[in-house]
Design a protein around this ligand. Structure first.
Ligand code: SF4
Length: 424
């Protein structure tokens, strides 16, 4: 049953009701971000200080090949440490020294905190200062928390990038900074389009290598490429950078408006922008046609997971003709999502946070054609006859920009086609 009493009055300018829930959640912890961050920063290493559970999560989420040199690992806090018989700081220093001896190619080391109480007691930021005194400048050591108590799923990337911001070089040059991990193919496409627009000084955070992290300063304008970077945005503002308000570059409309916002912020004419974007936008629109046949008229519901839910709901309803059931998100950042919220259909039911049993009841009563949810909910929902899409796949796949719009639509169309084929 819906918690009607929990529906907050809609803030002025948004016009959409928000159901706020604080109950049992079904969301991965922030360690998950290591899976895509370690692929992006190619000379970084992520050392989780945690438990066997953390090691299992990373191992199964990342699916490391046995012959690959991994760029993440878990320093497991064992029973001896938990009993206080070992000095955890000395042990950590020993583990890091062994790692650096073995892997001199590592240029940036992230110490990543987790849930066990002994890890929480360990001050990883002080450990990072201590290790920096020993290894800098050849190696930079940073720390952040990926603990499930403090972070959910995509908040791990936010915590990592926020830790990186104070380390960025300073610059007074007018520059554009694109913030959020993107697939390399997407970054290359975006760079080409920014160049065609006339924007030469464009940096990406995080960069591919530790030594190439972009500069930041009072003349930096930044564009968020991901909707889950609240703390990173605050850290950038503290360095004097200013955010360019825009929807997120998902689908044709979101990508077009994202580039338009950047162009306007740097005084590039709307006419030149329109000419530059015309051909890729037309290609992307054509690429949506096949999926649209499958998706138009179907209803989708989002369980809160990746924080991508609202931009995806906007894309699916406006460009592919889907209707929206409940759109759940773990956190609703009204300022960063203002442009997205303004494009959702009137009456869209938003929910923030989760009380999973209640949400499952609402899912059953509204019977959507497709449910986007975490892996833990997908199998039980499939067993009940729902068609599901793992939200984690949307974070791992290249989905941003014009050239990926067709692939993004197909990620939703394929499960519906598969379900239809199974029914025959
Ligand atoms: S929830 Fe906590 S204990 Fe579990 S994997 Fe994540 S950080 Fe480790």
């Amino acid at each position: 049953m819906n918690q009607l009493s929990a529906i907050a009055p809609a803030p002025a300018g948004m016009g959409l009701p928000v159901l706020r829930e604080r109950g049992q959640r079904e969301v991965f912890c922030g360690l998950t971000g290591i899976v895509w961050l370690h692929r992006r920063i190619q000379d970084a290493f992520f050392l989780v200080v945690g438990s066997r559970t953390c090691a299992h999560l990373l191992q199964s989420a990342a699916g490391v090949m046995i012959f690959a040199e991994p760029r993440f690992a878990t320093a497991i806090i064992g029973e001896r440490d938990l009993a206080g018989l070992a000095d955890a700081n000395e042990e950590l220093d020993r583990v890091v020294s062994r790692l650096i001896d073995r892997r001199p190619d590592i240029r940036m080391l992230f110490l990543v905190g987790s849930c066990p109480s002994e890890v929480i007691k360990l001050d990883l930021s002080r450990a990072a200062i201590r290790l920096n005194a020993r290894f800098a400048p050849a190696l930079r050591v940073l720390s952040y928390s990926g603990s499930g108590i403090e972070t959910s799923f995509t908040e791990g990337e936010d915590a990592c990038l926020a830790a990186l911001v104070p380390e960025l070089p300073a610059s007074d040059e007018p520059t554009l900074l694109v913030v959020g991990t993107l697939a390399e193919v997407v970054e290359d496409q975006f760079t080409r389009l920014f160049t065609a627009l006339g924007l030469e000084h464009v940096g990406f955070l995080p960069a591919r290598r530790a030594a190439e992290m972009p500069p930041v300063g009072p003349n930096t304008r930044f564009l968020l490429a991901q909707p889950f970077l609240a703390n990173t945005a605050v850290a950038l503002a503290q360095r004097g950078a200013r955010r360019i308000a825009a929807p997120f570059p998902l689908g044709v409309e979101g990508t077009t408006r994202w580039f338009q916002a950047a162009a306007a912020a740097f005084g590039i004419s709307a006419a030149h922008c329109a000419r530059t974007l015309e051909a890729p936008a037309a290609r992307a629109t054509a690429a949506l046609a096949r999926s649209r046949v499958t998706l138009a008229g179907t209803k989708i519901m989002f369980f809160p997971d990746s924080q991508l839910e609202i931009p995806l709901a906007r894309f699916l309803t406006r460009e592919l003709g889907m209707s929206l059931g409940e759109v759940g998100t773990p956190f609703l950042h009204r300022e960063h999502l203002a442009e997205e919220l303004a494009m959702l259909p009137a009456g869209t039911q938003l929910s923030e946070g989760q009380d999973v049993e209640r949400q499952l009841d609402r899912c059953r009563s509204t019977a959507p054609d497709m449910v986007v949810c975490g892996m833990g909910l997908a199998n039980p929902l499939e067993a009940e006859g729902f068609t599901t899409k793992w939200s984690i796949e949307l974070v791992f796949s290249p989905i941003h920009g014009f050239e990926q719009a067709g692939d993004l639509a197909e990620l939703f169309a394929r499960p519906l086609r598969r379900r239809a084929a199974l029914r025959v």
